[in-house]
Design a protein around this ligand. Structure first.
Ligand SMILES: *Cc1c(COP(=O)(O)O)cnc(C)c1O
Length: 425
């Protein structure tokens, strides 16, 4: 059976009473997933935003196989290995200039946690303790307690609210209201917070909310003016998703600390890095052991994951993925344009390889379950799409082809016939 209902597995972000089963995938290749009995799904969300080039890219799979002939996990304090050394050197060369140190971890949440701890350690070690983080409204930075705290408060984290620390939230820079964000940031900076943490150019889980490079550049400038650290969470935007290798490039911005995860290995294996400027590393240098950066995870710099990341960087070095994402950007742009004046949708938008639009949901209490209803509707058509509430987004692996994208957008139009019909808010 390819739809599993009898399983001891407790799945992520799943209300098991509403979603009692899961499709069991036996094979993956390119943009496609396939069950044992041959049911196919077009993976239009890159398996939760991690797969970049496509599933099982041959060069990345080969690198993983080869590394397993040499190394598995190696303790990373006092010991090191070539995949981690080579990867760190290449990341320093590839990322915005000034990000000179690389701290390894294993997921988006852990690399953001590390970033927050680095920021606090920096201020404390300079004898000027600061603890407040400024964050964008609707932000998402992970599901650990620390990253939930900086993310948007929602029904998803309400039960944990008592454990979440306070942050200063500034409004999302919606089109036409950018100045409010910048003013709020400036006010927040006067209270000497440790850092501003933000997803550059697009807030992913918050609803694929897009803002301009000019605003990002201004936000960075204000941080620099007030001596507040700027942390860029490029976990989702990194490695091509935003249309450039890194989203910060589009604003010509160098963060003080940058977080990369999902696409770092092309999505094949869990690996993350927190990169920082020299001053932040150096603030932790001291004859006193207590000033060290006390953070680790068991699988820090896993050599096999590092080998996958190196193969991924080799791919980017050919220039091929950049031309591929430029082509994908155009393919996406022509298709989303079809919905720009469609009264059943609002806010058709795009950034790089990503498009999104909000379905104006019909009256009648659909809103609570609309995402689930839409997901089932798409699944039944052989499409993996996972709307965020009424927001449908397309975030495909870069190998997706024109005809495959047409399947996605035709299904979106059909979904509007079925579930749409509400008034624009
Ligand atoms: C997915 C995501 C994270 C968390 O990454 P995990 O690997 O799921 O822990 C953090 N920040 C952003 C912007 C993300 O999209």
């Amino acid at each position: 059976m390819s739809f599993i209902t009898d399983s001891p597995i407790w799945r992520p972000y799943t209300q098991h009473s509403l979603q009692p089963g899961a499709f069991k995938i036996a094979r993956a290749e390119g943009a496609w997933l396939e069950t044992e009995d041959g049911k196919r799904f077009l993976d239009a969300i890159s398996s939760w935003w991690v797969i970049t080039h496509g599933h099982r890219h041959p060069a990345i799979m080969r690198a993983i196989r080869e590394e397993t002939e040499r190394l598995d996990q190696i303790i990373f304090a006092g010991f090191t290995h070539e995949p981690a050394e080579a990867l760190a050197r290449r990341l320093v060369a590839l990322t915005p200039p000034g990000l000179d140190y690389v701290f390894y971890s294993d997921s988006g949440s852990t690399c953001v946690e590390a970033a927050i701890k680095m920021a606090l350690g920096f201020w404390r070690n300079r004898g000027e303790p600061r603890a407040r983080i400024v964050a964008l409204e609707h932000g998402y930075h992970g599901d650990t307690v620390g990253t939930m705290s900086v993310g948007a408060r929602s029904p998803f984290n309400e039960p944990y609210e008592p454990l979440l620390y306070e942050v200063t939230r500034i409004p999302f820079p919606a089109s036409g209201r950018e100045q409010q964000t910048l003013d709020a940031l400036e006010r927040a900076c006067r209270d000497r917070p440790a850092a501003l943490l933000a997803e550059p150019l697009i807030l992913g889980a918050g609803g694929m909310l897009i803002y301009g490079a000019d605003t990002l550049k201004e936000m960075r400038r204000i941080c620099a003016q007030y001596g507040v650290l700027f942390i860029a969470d490029e976990v989702m935007t990194g490695f091509g998703r935003s249309g450039t290798l890194f989203a910060c490039e589009q604003a010509d911005v160098v963060p003080d600390i940058a977080c990369y995860a999902k696409g770092l290995t092309g999505g094949a294996l869990p690996l993350a890095v927190t990169m920082c400027r020299r001053e932040i590393f150096e603030a932790h240098l001291s004859p006193e052991r207590a000033r060290a950066f006390f953070h680790s995870s068991s699988y820090t710099a896993n050599p096999i994951a590092c080998a996958a990341a190196l193969a991924n960087l080799d791919l980017w070095a050919t220039g091929e993925p950049l031309s591929r994402i430029a082509a994908l950007r155009d393919m996406q742009a022509t298709r989303i344009a079809r919905f720009a004046d469609d009264a059943r949708f609002s806010n058709a938008r795009r950034l790089g390889t990503i498009t999104a639009l909000d379905l104006n949901v019909a009256q009648g209490g659909y809103l609570a379950t609309i995402a689930l209803d839409l997901m089932r509707f798409f699944n039944a058509r052989g499409l993996l799409l996972r709307p965020l509430g009424p927001t449908i987004y397309v975030l495909p692996p870069y190998c997706i082809e024109e005809a495959e994208l047409d399947l996605v957008y035709d299904a979106i139009a059909e979904a509007a016939d079925r579930f749409g019909g509400g008034q624009a808010p």
